[in-house]
Write a protein that binds this ligand. Structure first.
Ligand code: ZN
Length: 322
């Protein structure tokens, strides 16, 4: 073979070998590089997956914690509610229990014409025997001692209205005069005790013969206001003159109680009624010694003992004793 041809053949061979090598080696290199890159990507993906898993776990734990917290809060709220219900329940239970217990004869001690220095003594005696009573108060006698009214209310007794001035000729001269007097008293009581009293005892009782206004008119007007008036069915007669004395007062009270399912006892706590104060401990002891008898303050459930009944038929029980 001529030297020039051989040279060309060798050149072509060299080219073919080079081409072959390039065609074979380049894909191998590319594959190797790609593989390495893919591995790196896989690693990154794995790392990301790990992170996602961790985040999911954290989120799940947080959700559970929140849920748990929310449940705890719900349980706490429920517990609080139950505690509140428990707190309010005893009141209802006590009321129910009292309703159930009060099946015997009921006795209501009532004091008219105060307050006075005697009222404080009476309050101490009532406390000593753990007894609640009812005070139908006036205004004129103690207008400079508003604390006496507050003391009655604060010590758990019922405050009822009697009359501000207690001057029969004024208060029974007209319906306007009557209600001017009683409204003055009502507001005076409310100002000084916070009690919006709706219990009334007419001076002289609803059957008094002094009023120039028909008592049936005053009774119906009082009831139209949603007030309740109470008379009495037992009188201690401590307002008669001369004073009957401690023993007579006690006997008057105790003798009448057996006759009534509800006894409303008329007594007085005015300045001069010392015999009433002296008789009171023995009166309470006498009542407490009776079977199935309970002493209570007047409330809305108290039987309405009235001389002039709501149908306004006069039962002439009483004169102007009160
Ligand atoms: Zn009176």
């Amino acid at each position: 073979m001529p030297a020039g041809r051989r040279k060309r053949v060798n050149f072509i061979k060299g080219c073919l070998v080079t081409l072959f090598l390039v065609m074979i080696i380049t894909p191998i290199i590319i594959s190797a590089v790609s593989l390495s890159y893919v591995r790196k990507l896989n690693d990154s993906v794995d790392e990301l997956n790990d992170r996602i898993s961790k985040l999911e776990l954290t989120y799940m734990l947080k959700s559970e914690a929140d849920e748990g917290l929310s449940q705890l809060n719900q349980e706490k709220a429920q517990k609080d509610l139950e505690e509140k219900e428990l707190l309010s329940e005893p009141e209802e239970t006590i009321v129910q229990e009292i309703d159930e217990v009060i099946t015997g004869k009921k006795v209501y001690l009532t004091f008219d014409d105060g307050p006075s220095p005697n009222t404080e003594k009476i309050l101490d005696i009532l406390d000593e025997y753990d007894v609640k009573a009812t005070f139908f108060v006036t205004g004129y006698q103690a207008e400079k001692h508003p604390e006496w009214y507050k003391e009655i209310a604060d010590r758990g007794h019922t405050i009822g209205m009697h009359s501000y001035s207690h001057v029969y000729s004024d208060i029974y001269s007209s319906t306007d005069a009557f209600f001017a007097d009683i409204d003055k008293l009502h507001d005076f009581i409310q100002e000084n005790t916070g009690v919006d009293s709706h219990y009334l005892r007419f001076p002289g009782g609803s059957s008094n013969r002094v009023s120039r206004v028909p008592m049936s008119d005053l009774c119906s007007m009082v009831m139209d206001r949603g007030w309740i008036y109470y008379d009495w069915n037992i009188s201690s007669q401590d307002a008669t003159s001369p004073s009957p004395g401690k023993d007579r007062i006690k006997a008057n009270v105790l003798a009448g109680i057996g006759e009534h399912e509800s006894s409303i006892i008329l007594m007085h706590d005015a300045t001069e009624k010392n015999a009433t104060v002296q008789a009171l401990p023995e009166i309470i002891e006498g009542i407490q010694a009776m079977d199935d008898t309970v002493i209570l303050p007047i409330d809305d459930k108290t039987e309405e003992i009235r001389h002039l009944s709501p149908v306004f038929e006069e039962n002439e029980i009483n004169d102007t004793e009160d």
